[in-house]
Design a protein around this ligand. Sequence first.
Ligand code: ADQ
Length: 468
Amino acid sequence: MARLVVVSNRVPLPSERGAKAGGLAVALKDALLPGSMWFGWSGRRSARSAGTTHIQRANQITYATIDLNEADYRSFYVNFSNGALWPLLHFRLGLLEFRADDYDGYRSVNRQFASALQPLLRADDIIWVHDYHLIPLAAELRALGIANRIGFFLHTPFVPPSIFNALPRSAELLADLCTYDVVGFHTHNYRAAFLDCVRENLGVQADTNGEFVIRDRTVRAIADPVGIDADAFSKQAAESARGSDARLLRESLSAGGLAIGVDRLDYSKGLISRFEAIGRFFAHYPQHRRQVSFLQVAARSREEQGAYQRLRRELDRIVGDTNGRYSEFDWTPLRYMTRAVKRDTLAGFFRLSRMAVVTPLRDGMNLVAKEYIAAQDPEDPGVLILSRFAGAAEELTEALIVNPYDSDEIAEAMHVGLSMDLEERRERWRALYAKVTSNTAGRFSTIFLDHLTGVVTKSHQPRIRAVS
Ligand code: ADQ
């Protein structure tokens, strides 16, 4: 059987797992059979350029990593990936900062990845590349003579041509995407946006399967929503809800209930309008004061960038304002912490919460929404408020769907959710849980790899609704 080689910017090394394990490591757990390899950046910055590949083995999986030097880290990771591609792919052209030197650094690191990976590859390896940091990797591998099947999965949204074309050099990146055999997106919407870019910019029309031929290569674009290991998360939530952290949290609430938000501290997550909505909720619906507290866990990320520092200052201001205005000496409306919380603990907190507010301005998928559903007590489930601009909204249609830019609408949905009767909560939750347990992490990787190895069948099409 062919070996799977996963490539991502950061490799979750077994020695570093724990609090931060999650995301991609969870999504790929089922696909990483014994014998597989995971290749990428070690997370270390060294004085010299890459040259040495570090190899670790754990549970019969090989982890191969390279270091980056400081200049490459800045241009490739901080500036181009997170300062240009991330805002572009989240529809935030105003935050996009393009510098030609950074773009050159981005391409150079992709070349370094390719030359370090090439000697480790076997002729029949299946290569699966993840995310926007590595768009040019297949082209760089092909330039080194690698003819293997190579697939790419984008974890962010994809944007229509009118947005995509604003990025200088976007034509090169589009051509790079067309050197993969399979290009995967979370939703039909993103796939359609990519195919629009291909049609408008390259003059190539895909067939109804999302396949097109360019420079003698057949490329297939697919929609394949990422999921979670819902059964495991659900068991973990039931167990953690009985644990000591959950007990302390419950006791701190006295008689009131809890609403929760869990995100990376990122401008795409809609935290400013969510916090404004919380103020409006307590202003417009005073009957909920003291009855509910909102806990926002927002793990700090990418702090080197100005946009993130500005976001933090603004959030600090709104939290101070809201709590100053509505707190009582024994009740705080908005609890806000910027440390990461362990996944196991979070699972218990989700189960305790009567509501989750997941309102990103744009989000590729958003796994927190799925984790919240998996964590609920079937007898007394909470309510999910979900942004219409999260990829998850294409599947999770029984959530209370809101416009994340509209704080009044979010506040109203909070009132509706907290007032919802048990029967309606159960009905909505059952429908949502069926989806979360069917479009799982395992199913996500099976679908992708079946497309990549060419054994796809119609029954593997993800059960999600196409939106126009
Ligand atoms: P992220 O932007 O990181 O991921 P998300 O999918 O919500 O967004 O979270 C990934 C994981 O991190 C989840 O398991 C979540 O529980 C955990 N997490 C988030 N905030 C946390 C916090 N404050 N403390 C502890 N854990 C936290 C990117 C894309 C998403 C896409 C995923 C997977 O931006 O749209 O869903 O990849 O493809």
